[in-house]
Ligand binder design. Structure first.
Ligand code: 8DG
Length: 134
């Protein structure tokens, strides 16, 4: 069973969060699901360096102010992931280009549960909601 190590960005815009819809995939359980953008950590990279690189590749923008949020281990039917999420900010919202994603939404934390998230992301969404209750 493959085991991927992944970094994901919880991009904050004021009190809201950017949510991205993945493209189609041969694995239906991640296909067109919402996620926090990012990707696989490559050999020799820290999770933070990988995340800055992936966001530039996927969205064409720089992120800053990375703050570790949570690590989740999730077993999908065909592979396992260990995913590190970081809260961060984006340099210029208007410059986001969707090089890989189908769509993105800027939602308040209380709206996050309305989306169809990849299963591995559900703990992140739950923690964001819990934290927002103060
Ligand atoms: N980036 C990201 N991947 C996620 C999330 N939730 C989730 O289950 N995944 C899964 C989907 C993918 O199988 C894997 C990460 O792969 P990816 O396709 O985003 O990474 P990558 O850009 O390095 O992939 P590639 O170059 O091999 O195509 O983790 C998430 O919130 N963000």
């Amino acid at each position: 069973m493959k085991h991927y190590f992944v970094s994901a960005a919880i991009i904050q815009v004021k009190d809201e969060i950017l949510c991205f819809q993945r493209g189609p995939s041969k694995f239906e359980y991640v296909s067109e699901k919402y996620e926090f953008p990012g990707g696989k950590i490559e050999e020799g990279e820290t999770p933070e360096i990988a995340l800055v690189r992936e966001i530039k590749e996927e969205l064409n923008v720089d992120i800053f102010g990375l703050e570790f949020f949570q690590t989740v281990d999730h077993q999908y039917p065909d592979f396992k992931i260990t995913m590190h999420a970081f809260k961060c900010f984006v340099s210029n919202l208007e410059e986001i280009q969707l090089n890989e994603h189908l769509n993105f939404l800027q939602l308040s934390v209380s709206q996050l549960s309305s989306l169809d998230w990849a299963a591995a992301d559900v703990p992140f969404v739950e923690k964001l909601i819990t934290e927002s209750h103060g």
